[in-house]
Design a protein around this ligand. Sequence first.
Ligand SMILES: [Cu+2]
Length: 147
Amino acid sequence: MQRRIFLLGSAAVLLLPLPAMADTGIQATLYKNPQCSCCEGYADYLRQNGFTVDVKPTNDLAEISRKAGVSEELEGCHTTFIDGYVIDGHVPVNVVRKLLSEKPAIAGITLPGMPMGSPGMAGEKTETFTIYAVTKDGKAPTVFATE
Ligand SMILES: [Cu+2]
């Protein structure tokens, strides 16, 4: 009788739906200005790299960034949230993965502006990208990675 109950229990576990992450990738929410097209380019880039991206057009992007810890001078052109972190601008996916695997005690990371040749942006890369780590406690940003 004990054994029979055990087997039924195992079968029930197997019939449960798989966790969403198993087949749809890591969930990302990307806020952008309604007019921004390179932001869509970045959403597609994340999708190509296995993320599930929910794009939310908004007219309050600056405020969303600021509340997430990204000051005006460090803002990118869209604001993504993944796994509790803010990822602002056209941050290369290997840097996003570094953040998600290292899980540092920061609010998130940002690549300010819209550098040429960054993921989702047109053009040739002409300069080193500096990706900054930001916090919500008013500390100065630090360099998280360079590409
Ligand atoms: Cu852009």
